[in-house]
Design a binder for this molecule. Structure first.
Ligand code: C2E
Ligand code: MG
Ligand code: MG
Length: 678
């Protein structure tokens, strides 16, 4: 047995203290960062400290106090050293494993391995307990086997760490790998010593100083662990900030850049264009009637539709373009570096074209169109804000010109927008100032030529601009929502007039009233109509409501529902401007309607264009087979009239009989035509 030298005591203590300090340090980190692999290393270093202390105690008891091996204190020290020494190997390997794999080991597995290691350690501690046994043999069993096992385990770990260095950034894992490697060599050296001692009966002199090497290697391991930890934390923080940035600058639904990011990119692009002298374009895209889909089919379908839509638009983009969701159903597209405005128009046309195909969402076919406004740097604005605002203005003009189209911004359009605003403000006051008037156009029976009814057509007596036709203000009224009070006023005024004329002329006169899309969507429309019919005390069958074909077909299923409610009141329903939309016959059959009003575009061509003549004839006979009445609109000549008579058209409306007239102008006409038909 070696004498207790200062070196021996010092190295034991140094190892013990460094292990306990490192365990404490890592414990502190673990509480702060909650890193799973740190837990194993804290346990490992604590076990190592215990191992050193217990070994030292056993050593002092044996060498300084000459206690026998079976002395309870020595026995206890031996068992504690064995359990701590072996479990330390396990914990060190687990720590590295989790670091490499980036996921925790399973607790049950870890526990099983640790128990096996501890039992194995206890077994090595109690063999050769008998003090008569050669101490070298016992030393081999206790320390040599542990050193050998630890050496192999750490060597394997070092190789694994070294191989994982390509997947991790930084130097932590390299330092740690090197630490494990040299620590493994040191352990194997210990194992070698015990063998030498067993075989030769002595060991090399420098054995005593090896503890200093242990101390050094422990420090390297600790530095490696801390470096790995800090690098992991930095990486996690970087990932988190990338994620936060993505969330802040992208739309959650479509994953597209959002408004702030779009504006940011636009500002940069404008600066680049300014330097390079190139043009850039901003497209402002707004879906047509997306609200209808959201309202009728629900937001989840609406969301899916938006996603599918974003995907389709994305396919029309070039590299370097930015598509953003600006809000709700608004998208913006930035096209940097354009040669020619025509190229941008082509992109817009392409987008509109890809939207033509129906979208299939939840087994449903949905049709979507969009209105696009385009502004170009530098002609339409020199900064990002102006470009977007002007693209938006252009988009509104696209809406005004019938939707599903694109419009380029031109400076004149600003004036147009201002004009519209001014118009809207004046229109707001028009009702209360009694500037609205109704004109009535007679509907005449095609055979008897007697007046059977009227269509009420609204006009606006503008204080400065004179008499405005509905084409000049209805779309403003629609957009601003003013159409609702206007429509109500029209309905009541027309029915009041109808009652008066039925009274005066004693016939079964009817009144047709136009309903706008917005009016038609009001949930309480049927109640309003019923109330008006009752208030003015006219038979419901004498009232005909006109909705345009395009509008009726937009959401055919919903139209059917609303029409049924209206039919319950007993009023008649007419499909207006028939032939300009795309009705499917199957729907026409299911719509509870009474009348088709053939659009004047067909009547105009009936004598000159054989296909118009064919269409008119076909529509009339089809309508009759569905038991519908047909009204021809815009009949201006006797020839048109006789053609329609020959095709059994039921009613005629047009300048040939009368233009729309005020009520006062209408009365003499009614008197004379009543006289004529008598
Ligand atoms: P509409 O319902 O198709 O009305 C028929 C339009 O054709 C009227 O134009 C009428 O003046 C015009 N017209 C009648 N006979 C002839 C003809 O022989 N030749 C030609 N070239 N035109 C003829 P108006 O009054 O300018 O109305 C235009 C549209 O405005 C109407 O088309 C209707 O859709 C809408 N509108 C009119 N009044 C109202 C209303 O009170 N409410 C709503 N929502 N829309 C209305
Ligand atoms: Mg009409
Ligand atoms: Mg019409």
């Amino acid at each position: 047995m070696p004498q207790i030298s200062f070196t021996t005591v010092a190295t034991y203590l140094a190892q013990f203290i460094s292990a306990i300090v490192i365990a404490g340090l890592l414990f502190g980190f673990q509480r702060q960062y909650r890193n799973s692999y740190l837990r194993h290393w804290v346990s490992g270093w604590a076990a190592l400290a215990v191992y050193h202390l217990a070994s030292f105690t056993g050593f002092v008891l044996a060498v300084a106090y000459h206690q026998p091996a079976l002395h309870p204190a020595r026995l206890a020290a031996a068992l504690v050293a064995a359990v701590a020494g072996y479990t330390q190997i396990g914990w060190f390997v687990f720590g590295a494993y989790e670091l490499i794999r980036r996921r925790p080991v399973r607790m049950a597995d870890a526990r099983r391995v640790l128990i096996i290691l501890a039992l194995f350690g206890v077994a090595t501690a109690i063999v050769f307990l008998d003090s008569s046994t050669l101490s070298a043999t016992r030393y081999l069993a206790r320390f040599g086997v542990r050193a050998f096992l630890g050496g192999i385990a750490f060597l394997v770990t070092a190789v694994a760490l070294w191989r994982s260095r390509t997947r991790r950034e930084g130097i932590g894992v390299r330092v740690l790998g090197a630490g494990y490697f040299f620590y493994a060599l040191q352990q194997l050296q210990y194992a070698g010593f015990t063998m030498v001692w067993l075989l030769e009966g002595a060991y090399p002199q420098y054995f005593d100083t090896l503890g200093y090497g242990d101390f050094l290697l422990q420090s390297v391991l600790a530095i490696g662990i801390v470096a790995c930890l800090l690098e992991d934390e930095r990486e996690a923080a970087a990932l988190a900030s990338v994620e936060i940035e993505h969330i802040a600058y992208h739309d959650a639904l479509t994953g597209l850049p959002n408004r702030p990011l779009f504006m940011d990119r636009l500002i940069i692009s404008v600066a680049q264009s300014h330097r390079s002298g190139q043009k850039l374009a901003v497209l402002f895209l707004d879906l047509d009637r997306f609200k209808d889909i959201n309202d009728s089919l629900g937001h989840s379908i609406g969301d899916q539709l938006l996603k599918a839509l974003a995907d389709r638009i994305r396919r029309c983009m070039r590299e370097g373009d930015t598509l953003a969701r600006f809000g709700g159903d608004e998208f913006t597209l930035l096209i940097p570096r354009i040669e020619d405005v025509e190229d941008v128009a082509k992109v817009a046309a392409e987008i509109l074209e890809t939207l033509d195909r129906p979208f299939v969402v939840s087994d449903r076919e949905l049709f979507m169109s969009a209105s696009i406004g385009i502004s170009v740097y530098p002609a339409d604005g020199l900064d990002a804000e102006t470009l977007v605002r002007n693209a938006d203005t252009a988009m509104y003009r696209a809406k005004d010109s019938g939707r599903d189209n694109y419009q380029l911004y031109a400076p004149a359009m600003n004036a147009l927008a201002l004009e519209r605003l001014a118009l809207e403000n004046l229109l707001r006051k028009a009702i209360s100032q009694q500037e609205l008037v109704l004109h009535y156009q007679p509907l005449v029976d095609a055979n008897s030529r007697s007046v059977v009814g009227f269509e009420a057509l609204v006009r606006w007596q503008h204080p400065e601009l004179g008499l405005l036709s509905p084409g000049q203000f209805i779309s403003v009224a629609e957009m601003s929502g003013l159409i609702i009070p206007i429509g109500e006023w029209v309905l009541h005024t027309a029915l009041r007039q109808l009652r008066a004329w039925r009274h005066m002329f004693g016939t079964d006169l009817r009144m047709s009233v136009n309903l706008s899309a917005r009016q038609f969507q009001q949930p309480d429309l049927a109640d309003q109509i019923r109330a008006a019919v009752e208030e003015h005390d006219v038979p419901p069958t004498s009232v005909e409501l006109e909705i345009t074909e395009t509008h009726a077909m937009q959401n055919a299923e919903r139209t059917i529902g609303t029409l049924r409610e209206l039919k319950e009141i007993g009023v008649r329903i007419a499909i207006d401007d028939f032939g300009t939309g795309y009705s499917s016959l199957s729907y026409l059959k299911r719509f509870p309607i009474d009348t088709l009003k053939l659009d004047q575009a067909f009547i105009r061509g009936v004598l000159s264009d054989p296909s118009d003549a064919a269409i008119v004839s076909a529509v009339i006979s089809m309508a009759h087979s569905l038991d519908l009445e047909v009204v021809a609109e815009g009949v201006e000549t006797a020839e048109q009239l006789s053609f329609l008579q020959s095709r059994q058209c039921d009613r005629i409306q047009g300048y040939y009989f009368s233009a729309p007239l005020t009520a006062a102008e209408m009365e003499p006409y009614l008197l004379s035509s009543a006289a004529a038909s008598m």
